[in-house]
Design a protein around this ligand. Structure first.
Ligand SMILES: Cc1ncc(COP(=O)(O)O)c(C=O)c1O
Ligand SMILES: [Zn+2]
Length: 365
């Protein structure tokens, strides 16, 4: 299997240790998923690897060694209009396990023994856990202010957790410097295309569960790892004829850090430069989304609507969900706050699926 550079088109075997092409472009996978057929789902496998017939995997061995039973999360009804996909029912309590399971299976398959990663917490939790299972040594860089519970969890898995002063974007710069200087493998959820092979199973799962895709999907977008996986999954279902149109994607960003929302509003192809300010939704406060161009291209192609999660309504949204038995983290409460804001702007929005992608026990405030 090969990577193709998204900027210059250069090819490289996926066994490469390079985090990106020499020209600076990010890799995409040269992989075309076969036509979706329900009969090709492995009904005997109770993890997201039941969809492996449609996923790019190096071999059929590594994932068996590292799987922690990720995926297969339920869909529950919140009210007449809203369904919730309970993606915090995961081994490390967030949707990032979808991507990390596939990414670390890839690392295992190609013989990587040491990785670094930067994260606002959840992706770091996920990568640290799968590295522990895989016997791969791991260092996670997190920005100061990251929830102490996420840091404790990373360390509990035996990973080094380095807390970097400054914001999330600076933390990524510090980690990337280590990658460039020391040549350590960058097991990064944004750069590495195998991660999206995991996050796309969100869509395969929804389709298997409901036998259809709801008309509206609410997706948080920081670096867009769920967003891009969802787009890949939907395009694959569309190409297979399993669905006959794309749903409305409702993509949310915070009011204090919204480079993609602003770019979409202004019809720009690149994210706008912003000076991120703190948000309760720490997980999506990404000032420089590295795949911003790709996200905006999808947004234009499929009429994605961006919406702000109103900062002053995140706590109320979290309380409203908790009052119905759903205890999610603040970043995830932002998804519901954004949905409520969307309904105010666009009117009643039935048949809406919102991801509950991070667990409440992980965030303080
Ligand atoms: C709970 C939660 N929701 C959403 C996101 C946003 O994901 P992404 O930055 O890939 O768009 C994150 C990222 O860490 C997260 O932890
Ligand atoms: Zn290139």
């Amino acid at each position: 299997m090969e990577y193709i550079c998204s900027e210059c088109g250069k090819r490289e075997a996926v066994t490469t240790r390079k985090a990106h092409c020499d020209c600076g472009g990010l890799w995409k996978l040269d992989f075309q998923a076969p036509c979706f057929e329900e009969s090709r789902i492995d009904q005997s496998e109770w993890s997201l690897f039941r969809y492996r017939a449609f996923m790019a995997l190096d071999d059929d061995a590594a994932w068996r060694e590292i799987s922690l039973g990720e995926g297969m999360t339920p869909i529950v009804r919140l009210d007449q209009n809203v369904l919730l996909k309970m993606d915090y029912f995961m081994p490390t309590l967030s949707f990032k396990d979808r991507g990390a399971a596939v990414l670390i299976a890839h690392c295992k398959a190609i013989g990587v023994d040491r990785v670094v990663q930067d994260s606002s917490g959840n992706a770091g939790n996920a990568v640290a856990a799968y590295c522990a299972k895989a016997g791969i040594s791991c260092e996670i860089f997190v920005p100061e202010g990251t929830s102490p519970k996420k840091i404790d969890m990373i360390r509990a898995h035996g990973a080094v957790c380095t807390v970097v002063p400054g914001n999330r974007d600076h933390c990524a710069d510090v980690c990337r410097e280590k990658v460039e200087k020391q040549g350590v493998y960058y097991a990064n959820h944004v750069y590495n295309p195998f991660f999206y092979e995991g996050t796309k199973t969100y869509i395969y799962e929804v389709f298997e569960q409901l036998h259809r895709i709801p008309e509206n999907l609410v997706i948080p977008v920081g670096n867009g790892t769920l967003f891009l996986g969802v787009m890949h999954g939907l395009e694959e279902l569309l190409a297979s004829g399993a669905i006959d149109h794309m749903p409305q994607i409702i993509a949310l960003q915070t009011e204090t850090c919204d480079p993609l929302l602003r770019a979409a509003e202004q019809g720009l192809a690149e994210p706008v430069d912003v000076s991120p300010k703190p948000s309760l939704a720490e997980g999506i406060a990404i000032g420089k989304p590295m795949r911003g161009k790709e996200i905006l291209a999808y947004a234009r192609r499929y009429g994605v609507r961006f919406i702000h999660a109103p900062e002053d309504r995140i706590l109320a949204a979290r309380a409203a969900l908790a009052a119905k038995g759903i205890y999610c983290e603040h970043t995830t409460a932002a998804n519901y706050a954004a949905y409520l804001a969307y309904v105010e702007q666009y009117g009643p929005t039935p048949d809406c699926l919102i991801t509950m992608c991070g667990a409440g026990l992980k965030s303080d405030h």
